[in-house]
Write a protein that binds this ligand. Structure first.
Ligand SMILES: *[C@@H]1O[C@H](CO)[C@@H](O)[C@H](O)[C@H]1NC(C)=O
Ligand SMILES: *[C@@H]1O[C@H](CO)[C@@H](O)[C@H](O)[C@H]1NC(C)=O
Ligand SMILES: *[C@@H]1O[C@H](CO)[C@@H](O)[C@H](O)[C@H]1NC(C)=O
Length: 486
C-alpha cells in the first residue's frame, strides 16, 4: 500500500470522528440551553403545543379573545421564552400566538369566520351532545363519527367543519390553507356550518305527528338566523359559503340563500341564477370504495376492459344507460351490471374497478355521481359519458390527462365506445394511469386534513372564487358615501 494513501485515510478518519463528536456535543448543548435561539421556532412550537394540555384548556376558555388574527407581529424569539417558563393566563395568549406562527395569516390562504350555530345544525345531527353551552366538540380528543356507507359520499360539510375547528386546536398538525378567525370583520369568507346533506338523508321524512319534517324546520331556522346577522346583510350573503352537496339538500332554503357561494356536487337540480360556476364551487364526492394505494394493478393485470355498476331506474339523462346496456351486455370483457351499490356490494365494486382498465361514468338522474371518484381511487381510467357534468377543481386539473370523455350522442352509436377503448393501447393507458396515481390524493377527505387533499383543494378553490366576490362587493361600495349624504 502506498504510504501516502494510508496517511490520507488516517487523516480522514480523524476528521470524520471529530465532526461526529462536534455534532453530538452541539446537539447536547442546544437541548440543555435555556435560550432557544437556535432551535427553529416551528419545531419548538410543535413540542410546546403538545406539552401544554392544561394551557390549552385555558386557551379554549379565552379563545374568543385570543384566537383572532390581527396582522401578524414579526416573529420574535422572546415570545417563545415567555411561553416556556410561565404558567399563567399569559401562556394561553402566547399559545394563541404560537398557532399564529404555525399557521399565520400570511401563510393561510383564507381567513374563515364560522357561525356558532347551535349544535342541532351540525354535530347534533350525529347524535353528539356537548356539555352545557358547548357548541363544538373538542376535536383534539374525540370527533363524532359520521354514518358510514353511502351517507359518506356527501360528507363534505363534516370534513370542512372539522378542519376549521382544528385550525384553532394546538397540537393538530394540518396544512395552512384555511384558518378560523373569531372576528368576522377580518374574514375573507363566512362559513355556514350546517350539515345539510346529513339533514336531508336523516330527517326528510315525517316522524309521528310532525306536520313539517325536521330537515325543513332546520332550513327555515337557518334562513331566519342568517337574515338577522350583520355579516349576511353587509355583503348580501355573497361572501358566505354554504355546503349543499347532496343534490336534494337545502331545497327549502336555496332560493333565499342563492347569493351565497354554494359547495355542490353539480348544478343538475339548480336553476342557473341560483347556482353557477361563476360563484359556486364543485366539490368531489367522497369515494365509497377503498383506495388502492400505489401498488395498483398495471395494464396486464386488469382483465376487464370496461366496468359499470349502477342503478337501472333513472330518468332524463339516465336513458343513455339503457341504450349502453343493450349495446354492451354481451361483450365478454365488459362488466355492465345493474343494481345499486349497496353496502355489501361496495367491496365487490371496489375489486371490480381495481381489475378494470376503464370505468364508465354514465349520467344518471344527476350529471355527477360518486362513481367517478371511486374509479379515480381505483386507478381505473374513468370514461365520462355525461355531457353536463361539472368536475371539481377543473381550473387546476386537466381531466383529459386521466379521463376519456365521450359525448352521449357518440357513445350510443354501435361499436363506437368499444372501438375507442380498444384503440387505447398499453402505453397511452399507462400514461393516464400514472397521472391517476399522482392526482388521486386530491380526492381524499380525511381528518386531520393533509396537504393537497380534498379539504385543502376545496379551500383553495374557494379562495380563487372569493377574489371576484370581493371585487363585486368593493364596486358596490363606490358610491356608499355619496348615498349616505344624498
Ligand atoms: C404529541 O404527543 C403524542 C404522544 O404523547 C404523539 O403521538 C403526537 O404525535 C404528538 N403530536 C405532536 C404534534 O407532536
Ligand atoms: C373586529 O374587528 C374590527 C375591525 O378591526 C374592530 O373594529 C372590532 O372592534 C372587532 N370586533 C371585536 C368583537 O373584537
Ligand atoms: C403514489 O405515487 C405518486 C406518483 O407516482 C406520488 O406522487 C404519491 O406520493 C404516491 N403516494 C403514496 C401514498 O406513496
Amino acid at each position: 500500500m502506498h504510504p501516502l494513501s494510508f496517511m490520507t485515510k488516517r487523516f480522514l478518519f480523524y476528521v470524520v470522528f471529530l465532526s461526529i463528536f462536534l455534532l453530538v456535543f452541539s446537539c447536547f448543548t442546544l437541548l440543555r440551553s435555556s435560550s432557544s435561539y437556535l432551535i427553529p421556532e416551528s419545531v419548538l412550537m410543535l413540542v410546546l403545543a403538545n406539552k401544554t394540555s392544561e394551557l390549552s384548556t385555558q386557551f379554549r376558555d379565552h379563545n374568543t379573545h385570543h384566537l383572532d388574527l390581527l396582522p401578524p407581529p414579526p416573529p420574535t424569539i422572546s415570545r417563545i421564552s415567555v411561553r416556556r417558563n410561565s404558567n399563567s393566563k399569559k401562556d394561553a395568549r402566547c399559545l394563541g400566538e404560537g398557532r399564529r406562527k404555525l399557521c399565520d395569516s400570511n401563510q393561510a390562504l383564507l381567513k374563515v369566520y364560522m357561525y356558532d350555530l347551535p349544535s342541532q345544525f351540525h354535530f347534533g345531527l350525529l347524535g353528539w351532545k356537548g356539555k352545557k353551552d358547548q357548541i363544538w366538540p373538542d376535536v383534539r380528543r374525540h370527533i363524532p363519527s359520521y354514518p358510514g356507507g353511502l351517507n359518506l359520499q356527501h360528507s363534505v360539510e363534516y370534513w370542512l367543519t372539522l378542519d376549521l375547528l382544528s385550525s384553532n386546536s394546538p397540537g393538530v398538525v394540518r396544512p395552512c390553507s384555511a384558518i378560523r378567525v373569531t372576528n368576522s370583520s377580518h374574514a375573507d369568507v363566512i362559513f355556514v356550518p350546517f350539515f345539510s346533506s346529513l339533514s336531508y338523508n336523516r330527517h326528510s321524512k315525517l316522524h309521528g305527528k310532525e306536520k313539517i319534517g325536521q330537515n325543513k324546520v332546520l332550513q327555515n331556522e337557518l334562513v331566519d338566523y342568517l337574515m338577522r346577522r350583520e355579516e349576511w346583510r353587509r355583503g348580501g350573503g355573497k361572501d358566505h359559503v354554504i355546503v349543499a352537496h347532496h343534490p336534494n339538500s337545502m331545497l327549502e332554503a336555496r332560493r333565499k340563500l342563492g347569493s351565497a357561494m354554494f359547495l355542490l356536487a353539480d348544478f343538475g337540480r339548480y336553476p342557473v341564477e341560483i347556482a353557477n360556476l361563476k360563484k359556486d364551487v364543485i366539490a368531489p364526492y367522497m369515494h365509497v370504495v377503498p383506495s388502492v394505494g400505489n401498488d395498483s394493478a398495471p395494464f396486464e393485470d386488469r382483465p376487464i376492459l370496461a366496468y359499470f355498476q349502477g342503478a337501472i331506474h333513472r330518468k332524463d339523462g339516465g336513458m343513455i344507460r339503457h341504450k349502453l346496456y343493450r349495446l354492451l351486455k354481451d361483450e365478454k370483457d365488459v362488466h355492465f351490471a345493474y343494481g345499486s351499490v349497496r353496502e355489501n356490494g361496495i367491496r365487490h365494486a371496489g375489486r371490480g374497478m381495481a381489475s378494470s382498465r376503464f370505468c364508465l361514468n354514465i349520467a344518471g338522474d344527476t350529471p355527477s355521481s360518486n362513481r367517478l371518484f371511486d374509479a379515480i381511487v381505483s386507478h381505473c381510467v374513468p370514461v365520462v359519458i355525461s355531457d353536463d357534468i361539472e368536475l371539481p377543481f377543473e381550473d387546476v386539473l386537466d381531466y383529459s390527462e386521466f379521463c376519456v370523455f365521450v359525448r352521449a350522442s357518440d357513445a350510443v352509436k354501435k361499436g363506437f365506445l368499444l372501438n375507442l377503448l380498444r384503440g387505447i393501447k398499453r402505453d397511452e393507458w399507462t400514461k393516464m394511469w400514472e397521472r391517476l396515481k399522482q392526482i388521486a390524493h386530491h380526492f381524499e377527505y380525511q381528518y386531520p386534513s393533509k396537504q393537497g387533499d380534498a379539504v385543502q383543494m376545496i379551500w383553495e378553490a374557494v379562495a380563487r372564487k372569493i377574489s371576484s366576490v370581493h371585487l363585486k362587493l368593493h364596486k358596490e361600495n363606490r358610491f356608499h358615501r355619496a348615498e349616505l349624504i344624498g
